[in-house]
Design a protein around this ligand. Structure first.
Ligand code: C2O
Length: 438
């Protein structure tokens, strides 16, 4: 609202340091609390945060090295934490009805026995997650590996987590959380790492941007003014091969790992990351030359052959019969009901069909906890190249279906799956659960 674009520099969220390093794990402490943060120039905005910052500190861990994180809840109301895309035990998964009581703390155990990738952490408190996340309970969780380091991709200061989302503000500069805000309304603005349309000075070389769409509801269609980008990764880590693109669609909770080469652009050149939805999001200003030894290898990852699936299920996403809820297989979420029983160690195919078309097609974004899955097909056709790696979140336009395949290893217990249009899941019921059994 009335913010002059490209006047504020985009921050990179600080990295959370472990408070103790043990033989077999790193220990972190993180406080969940309200804070006044600077989103709009010259104003303070009330937010709900991890560690006091809007875009929480980034947690960086190594694949294979366990992290234990003590979350202290000083929010004054129940809150919890879900590591989105993490392969973790049920007690550390942020189950909706398993909050950390106000004033209490809880240690979440993250084994990090999974591929290097860009995950994120956010609140998942039953009926509150949409508002909590909207008000700021979102941050990056990066799993890194030596193998990936050796590939020579842009690293360190040239490896930048980039959270994009939308937000609405009132005249006092406070966040407005309102389900009835029309996503096309003009008072919605895009944020990049928690600032409205900032600029980001870059050197004339390759950068890696780990883009996360942390919007509750909005799918972004991104361009760089026609300049080429190279997608190297998605939710579950590197893609098999780099994918050249000039436009990128990113639904809520999806991640795209993208390399942009500013090399060859003279100082003073500007590149605007634009969206067809909300206009410009961020401007990259080439300010200096730099030596660049980074590269994007032609082969990034070898996908293992698909394991044989023991069964195929159909999951139907639709509007409730009374038109006031969203359902999965005709039901809204009930924490006491198990919707799918899965045997640990098995591989299943889930065909997810979005049947929400009554008043015209409505998009959903399907997310499964616990696993990284592979997209087999979209309405029978092979997935686009950006969906040939591992995913935990998949966009399903109204009237279409997607088949995914997952292997359910290690843990037993209850895990939810839901639409990641936060309001659909949080307030309108579009969530179900599976129980993994021995
Ligand atoms: Cu990112 Cu169950 O959510």
């Amino acid at each position: 609202p009335g913010v002059e674009p490209f006047t504020v520099r985009m921050p990179v969220p600080r990295v959370l340091r472990p408070t103790r390093v043990h033989g077999d794990h790193d220990f972190f402490e993180h406080v969940i609390r309200p804070a006044e943060v600077g989103i709009l120039p010259g104003r303070r905005t009330a937010a709900l945060t991890f560690g006091g910052s809007f875009v929480a500190p980034t947690i960086r861990v190594k694949a294979g090295r366990r992290a234990r994180i003590k979350f202290v809840n000083r929010l004054g109301e129940p809150a919890n934490v879900h590591l989105h895309g993490g392969h973790v035990a049920p007690g550390s998964d942020g189950y909706p009805t398993d909050p950390i009581a106000p004033g209490a703390s809880r240690i979440y155990d993250y084994p990090n026995r999974q591929a290097a990738t860009t995950l994120w952490y956010h609140d998942h408190t039953h009926h509150q997650e949409a508002e909590h996340v909207y008000r700021g309970m979102h941050g990056f969780y990066l799993i890194e590996s030596d193998a990936e380091k050796r590939m020579g991709l842009p690293s360190d200061e040239f490896d930048v987590p980039l959270m994009i989302r939308d937000a609405a503000f009132d005249g006092d500069g406070q966040l407005v959380f309102d389900l009835t805000v029309d996503p096309a309304a003009s008072r919605l603005v895009p944020l990049a790492n928690g600032k409205v349309r900032p600029f980001f000075p870059v050197a004339a070389r390759r950068y890696r941007f780990r883009i996360l769409n942390a919007s509750n509801h909005r799918t972004f269609h991104l361009t760089l003014g026609g300049a080429p980008m190279t997608q190297i990764g998605s939710d579950g880590g590197l893609l098999p091969r780099p994918v050249p693109l000039t436009e990128l669609a990113l639904s809520p909770a999806e991640r795209a790992d993208v390399v942009v080469d500013f090399g060859g652009a003279p100082a003073g050149t500007r590149f605007v990351l634009d969206s067809t939805d909300l206009g410009p999001i961020l401007r990259f200003d080439v300010t200096r030359r730099a030596h660049d030894t980074s590269r994007v290898p032609p082969v990034l990852r070898t996908m293992p052959p698909l394991a044989p699936a023991v069964r195929e299920r159909e999951i139907v996403l639709d509007l409730g019969p009374e038109m006031r809820t969203f359902t999965i297989d005709g039901k809204t979420f009930d924490p006491d009901r198990v919707d799918a029983v899965v045997k640990r160690g098995t591989t299943e195919i889930w065909k997810i069909r979005n049947a929400t078309t009554v008043f015209g097609p409505v998009d959903h974004v399907f997310h499964m906890h616990l696993v990284q899955f592979r997209v087999l097909d979209r309405d029978g056709a092979p997935p686009p190249p950006g969906e040939t790696g591992y995913k935990d979140t998949v966009h399903i336009p109204g009237g279409t279906s997607v088949r995914v395949q997952a292997t359910f290893t290690d843990f037993v217990g209850r895990y939810v799956y839901h639409c990641h249009m936060m309001e659909h899941a949080s307030m309108l019921g579009m969530m179900a659960q599976m129980e993994i059994v021995p």
